[in-house]
Ligand binder design. Structure first.
Ligand SMILES: CC(C)(COP(=O)(O)OP(=O)(O)OC[C@H]1O[C@@H](n2cnc3c(N)ncnc32)[C@H](O)[C@@H]1OP(=O)(O)O)[C@@H](O)C(=O)NCCC(=O)NCCS
Length: 133
């Protein structure tokens, strides 16, 4: 059963400007160490950060809170499997909100898909409640 969906579109040029203006103040506040390390290895950190920013916003919408009610950017971590497939890890207020949303007898499963093209990065998140075995 689907218990949440969210989507977001980010202009990579806006993230470029934010990085120029705020640098580490922005990245330390919004991105975890895994995300920052991946960006440091990337030929285009702004595009990578924009994609992950869109993932966090899409997840915050799927949780039905946005970045309110104790849900912060740092609570939603984006990582990749060795295959490249992205996945999300929630902590803090985002994890608590996910637990509130998840019906008894089920486990939450978060699916995410990311894409980017020229100036834009987009994310889609679906949260499923899967019956416990
Ligand atoms: C929800 C949120 C993530 C949307 O992000 P955004 O990039 O500003 O706006 P977007 O255009 O991508 O999305 C807006 C749409 O999100 C949807 N939305 C708004 N609140 C939502 C919520 N709680 N849950 C799910 N979707 C929501 C609405 O459809 C909205 O469009 P509409 O008002 O025309 O219907 C953002 O509004 C938010 O959380 N803001 C709070 C951040 C904030 O003020 N934090 C304070 C600490 S810095």
């Amino acid at each position: 059963m689907i218990i949440g969906i969210g989507t977001d579109l980010v202009d990579i040029r806006r993230i470029e400007r934010t990085l120029e203006r705020f640098g580490d103040r922005f990245t330390d506040r919004v991105f975890n160490q895994t995300e920052r390390a991946r960006a440091a290895r990337s030929p285009n950190p702004a595009a990578l950060y924009a994609q992950r920013f869109s993932a966090k916003e899409a997840c915050a919408k799927a949780l039905g809170t946005g970045f309110r009610r104790g849900v912060f950017w740092g609570d939603i971590g984006v990582d990749n499997l060795p295959s490249g497939k992205p996945f999300l890890t929630l902590s803090g207020g985002a994890k608590r909100r996910l637990e509130e949303l998840t019906p008894p007898g089920t486990t939450a499963q978060i699916d995410i898909s990311l894409t980017d093209e020229s100036f834009f990065a987009q994310a889609m998140v679906v949260i499923l409640a899967v019956p416990k075995p």
